[in-house]
Ligand binder design. Structure first.
Ligand code: SF4
Ligand code: SF4
Length: 336
């Protein structure tokens, strides 16, 4: 019998992660999209620029894990060339995050040797739940994309962003994972970022699940999927009493790069001009204070400072005004 106790994936001191948004354009308009063109830019990076920035990051963090993102990265006609350049630069692993539309015949231009994972996003186990969130017809296209990728020998991940809109259907996902032969399952928690934060209908934060819902719905499904032999990764979200808090901005090596050159260390800062680094003339330069780095230094009883600033609705306090629990860094994951 396999051991299904969760392991906290501590921040690796020797493995950097580079999340490279090579464009912000997308064919879908998902309700919870975190892309914010006003803060992230609207340009599609030229291949020369992509190569130059990949080189900058490879020199700074040799062997980093690289994730190509958008927008929809397969809308970029030079994605396959970017993948090849990244391989030559020695990135430790390469993942493409896609909505499954797989534009520009990308599967025929890359190989499973060049790309470690193709990661597909679905927000329901059926069109009835997924399509109102991600777009009409997107369930069918995405699942077909997964089948085509598997048929060509690619390893696949599935990313499911949990919100009130699809919490009930999460229980049906493990069966879908098995049917699609998914190799790795990521459960994400919806955050108040991008569209979720600025879209008028979602502004109230009603889409976020409570601690109780998280524990009663999400954790059992994670265990069920792991029981099928599929590695499951999900955010820790809530720290148990006595568990140490750590801010990835201080102790880890993550870079979230956007087409306008902004480089963030914290995803919760991405809706604000708080980036601590910037790619200017193909060089990585430090931004002057005040930026996200100054926030990382603050120690508060509620755990993550940015969580308290942008989504305080998920905190609770006792009668004496004491925080009842700490919110973990959004980059801390559990693995089953
Ligand atoms: S969440 Fe992804 S697929 Fe959906 S609109 Fe945003 S970039 Fe496109
Ligand atoms: S999410 Fe919070 S704890 Fe994590 S890097 Fe950002 S500010 Fe730090």
């Amino acid at each position: 019998m396999s051991d299904l106790s969760a392991q906290t994936v501590s921040f690796a001191s020797n493995a950097a992660n580079v999340f490279f948004h090579i464009l912000t354009q997308c064919n879908l308009h998902c309700r919870h999209c975190y892309i914010n063109p006003a803060q992230h830019g609207t340009q599609r990076l030229a291949l020369d620029t992509i190569r130059a920035w990949l080189g900058v990051m490879a020199r700074r963090s040799p062997g980093a894990n690289l994730i190509f993102l958008g927008g929809e990265p397969t809308l970029h006609p030079d994605l396959a060339d970017a993948v090849k350049s990244a391989r030559e630069l020695g990135y430790g692993s390469i993942t493409i995050d896609t909505n499954g539309y797989l534009f520009h015949d990308i599967l025929s231009k890359i190989t499973p040797v060049q790309v470690d994972y193709i990661s597909f996003s679905l927000d329901g186990a059926s069109p009835a739940t997924n399509d109102p969130i991600r777009g009409q017809g997107s369930f069918e296209v995405c699942t077909q994309g997964i089948r085509r990728a598997k048929a060509r020998g690619f390893r696949t991940s599935l990313i499911y962003t949990v919100s009130r809109l699809n919490l009930a259907e999460l229980a049906a996902v493990p069966a879908l994972l098995g049917e699609l032969k998914i190799d790795r399952f990521f459960i994400q928690v919806i955050g108040l970022r991008g569209q979720s934060a600025t879209g008028a209908e979602d502004r109230s934060g009603d889409l976020q699940v409570s601690r109780r819902e998280w524990e009663t719905h999400v954790l059992p499904v994670a265990r069920q999927a792991a029981g099928l032999g599929i590695p499951v990764i999900y955010p820790k979200v809530y720290l148990s009493p006595g568990e140490p808090f750590a801010c990835a901005g201080k102790v880890a090596d993550n870079y979230f790069i956007f087409p306008n050159g902004r480089v963030y260390r914290c995803p919760l800062c991405e809706d604000f001009p708080l980036h601590s680094l910037c790619l200017e003339h193909d060089r990585l330069v430090e931004m002057p204070p005040i930026n996200e780095k100054d926030l990382f230094q603050l120690n508060i009883p509620e755990g993550c400072v940015m969580n308290k600033l942008i989504q305080p609705g998920n905190l609770s306090y006792d009668a004496d005004g004491k925080a009842e629990f700490q919110i973990a860094c959004c980059l801390i994951k559990e693995r089953l």
